[in-house]
Design a protein around this ligand. Structure first.
Ligand SMILES: Cc1cc2nc3c(=O)[nH]c(=O)nc-3n(C[C@H](O)[C@H](O)[C@H](O)COP(=O)(O)OP(=O)(O)OC[C@H]3O[C@@H](n4cnc5c(N)ncnc54)[C@H](O)[C@@H]3O)c2cc1C
Length: 555
């Protein structure tokens, strides 16, 4: 064997440099490919950053000195890369020897530039469309965006809540059922209007980003910037404000003991979970409902169905005073009384007693009485969440003023749902509507308007007929139109009837403007909606009272 070593040694001396040269060429070719790929990647990153800067137009954050320098340097490195590529093409086989080191250096440089550029984008999350709020309106807006045509990555929904948009009315109804209680994912939007249920996977599939458990705490509409509680920055081209409402709390009025445990409010899923949990631990206990609006009436009924000893207190002379007439209210109050609910009207809670664990034990009334309580549910109203936008958009009627397309006074910014104060064509008046039907429809209208404006098309203006419904026990009512003027009650409003069915018309300037119906079929409810929309003249009020539903059905 030893005889061969000198032969191999000589061969290595002869062919070694040639082999090295081959390796060098191979490395060079790989580095060239890498350089080309990185250079293309840098090109598209540069384009992305430039696009965001142009989309921000009024913004400032992306246009820092650092970003400007980076963009200039990218231009330089791009030219240098092109020169290397050109030389490599000219010198063919020998280029590895001449350019190898230069290519290696360029690859390192390109990698560093890419890394830096990505940090600019990483700091700011940019979307063509952003919806703040992940409630009813947000869910219906997302569906409409999809219908109108949406590219993956264009839309983000930012929500304080931890779950994808759902039908909020379920929280005071099916969610509190003693048996077969509704739970997510059953009532994600858009089941409430008979549509497809949008599960979290739907948003993923469509490339819609859901930022859940993310609260926006700062907004600068001028620079199109949103800042979250965790410090993330979001930028958009078009914004939809869908922040809804928040409950009014008794602690806001510094009512003594109002921060005791087991005093609940109901707005979000978390609230409903806490209440449902407490209903288990305080089983068959005493519940006091503070407030005689629809939340109070629905939750009061739910607590009674769950076998709680329920008392309801409210300051007004009858329940749902903003909508119900005394006659309508009398039916529900008697019906509730028949179910064993004690209603104490003309009273307010002035304080709460608690045990040493801090749990509520009693509600002090302004007349000196104290009602025993294991659970208190407060439903004394809500206010629209507009604080973040104060001074940046025009406001009216406590909400954000919009036109018939839900465009606010700030370009590129729309407001829908509970927060929007919009013109109601039918009444020639600006109003805010805190009901689910409007949340759904306003969201769809805004998205149609946004998409139409991008293609220079026009859409029909919003022509909304106010609609609101509620359900409790076996009761179910719907209201359409405007509750102004004189009223005419009709039908069977005996609370002891096995199937009560009655209604009321509101008449203004000789025309029916509002229609309420308890216990109606879908067709009958449709007829009531039609009458409120068409506003027929009333020649004879007594005749109208006699005809009742039949009057609506023949319109
Ligand atoms: C318990 C209950 C029962 C109801 N029942 C009925 C009914 O029977 N019939 C009816 O017509 N209407 C009903 N409503 C009213 C109806 O649900 C609302 O009108 C509707 O939900 C309004 O939709 P929205 O999208 O404007 O607001 P919401 O659905 O309230 O959604 C707003 C969302 O924005 C989020 N948000 C707010 N601020 C921020 C922020 N800064 N950053 C990130 N996220 C934020 C909130 O967390 C929430 O997820 C009910 C409401 C409640 C609370």
């Amino acid at each position: 064997m030893a005889l061969f070593y000198p032969v191999f040694g000589s061969l290595k001396i002869i062919f070694g440099p040639f082999e090295q040269c081959l390796n060098c060429k191979k490395n060079f070719e790989e580095n060239m490919k890498m350089m080309k790929r990185l250079s293309e990647e840098l090109d598209s990153l540069k384009e992305d950053i430039e696009l965001r800067i142009s989309a921000e137009c009024h913004a400032g954050t992306m246009q820092t000195e650092e970003v400007k320098n980076w963009l200039e340097d990218v231009q330089r490195i791009k030219s240098e890369t092109e020169v290397i590529e050109q030389k490599a093409g000219d010198k063919k086989f020998l280029s590895g020897a001449f350019l190898g080191k230069k290519v290696e250096v360029k690859v390192v440089e390109l990698k560093a530039f890419l890394k830096k550029g990505k940090t600019f984008l990483g700091l700011v999350k940019y979307f063509r469309y952003i919806i703040i709020g992940g409630g009813v309106a947000a869910g219906y807006a997302a569906r409409e965006f999809d219908r109108q045509g949406l590219k993956p990555g264009e839309l983000a929904i930012i929500s304080k809540e931890a779950v994808a948009p759902y039908e909020r009315p379920a929280l005071s109804k099916g969610y509190l059922n003693p048996k077969g209680a509704a739970r997510l994912p059953e009532f994600h939007v858009c089941v409430g209007s008979g549509g497809e249920r949008l599960l979290p996977g739907w948003y993923k599939e469509k490339g819609i980003q859901l930022f859940l458990s993310t609260e926006i705490v700062k907004v600068n509409l001028g620079s199109r910037t949103l800042i979250s509680a965790a410090g993330e920055t979001f930028k958009y081209q078009t914004l939809i404000i869908a922040t809804g409402s928040t409950v009014i709390r008794l602690t806001d009025f510094k009512i003594e003991g109002a921060d005791a445990k087991n005093i609940f409010y109901l707005r979000e899923l978390e609230d409903a979970d806490e209440l449902a949990e407490s209903m288990k631990t305080k089983k068959n206990g005493k519940a006091v409902i503070v407030g005689g609006g629809y939340i109070g009436l629905e939750v009061g009924a739910a607590m009674r169905i769950n076998n709680f000893d329920v008392s309801m207190i409210y300051p007004e002379p009858w329940c749902m005073p903003r909508l119900f007439t005394p006659a309508i209210a009398a039916f529900y109050e008697s019906y509730y009384a028949n179910k064993g609910i004690k209603i104490i009207k003309g009273t307010v809670a002035v304080g709460f007693n608690a045990n040493p664990n801090g749990e509520v034990t009693g509600v002090k009334l302004n007349n000196g009485r104290v009602l025993e309580a294991d659970i208190v549910v407060v439903g004394v109203g809500a206010r629209p969440l507009t604080t973040l936008f104060k001074g940046q958009v025009e406001e009216e009627k406590g909400g954000i003023k919009t036109d018939k397309f839900f465009k606010t006074s700030m370009p590129g910014v729309y407001a829908v749902g509970d927060v929007a104060a919009f013109p109601i064509k039918l009444y020639n008046e600006v109003r805010r509507v805190e009901h689910v039907d409007h949340a759904r429809k306003s969201a769809e209208q805004a998205v149609k308007a946004i998409k139409a404006s991008e293609t220079g098309k026009e859409i029909e203006e919003y022509d909304y007929l106010p609609y609101f419904y509620s359900r409790s026990f076996n009761l179910s009512w719907q209201f359409y139109g405007d509750n102004v003027g004189d009223t005419v009650l009709f039908g069977d409003n005996n609370p002891s009837s096995p199937k009560p069915k009655f209604g009321s018309f509101w008449i203004k300037d000789g025309k029916v403007v509002g229609a309420f119906l308890e216990g109606g079929t879908p067709e009958e409810n449709k007829a009531m909606a039609k009458i409120a929309r068409l506003q027929p003249r009333v020649e004879n009020v007594d005749q109208l009272k006699k005809e009742g539903l039949a009057f609506a059905s023949k319109i």
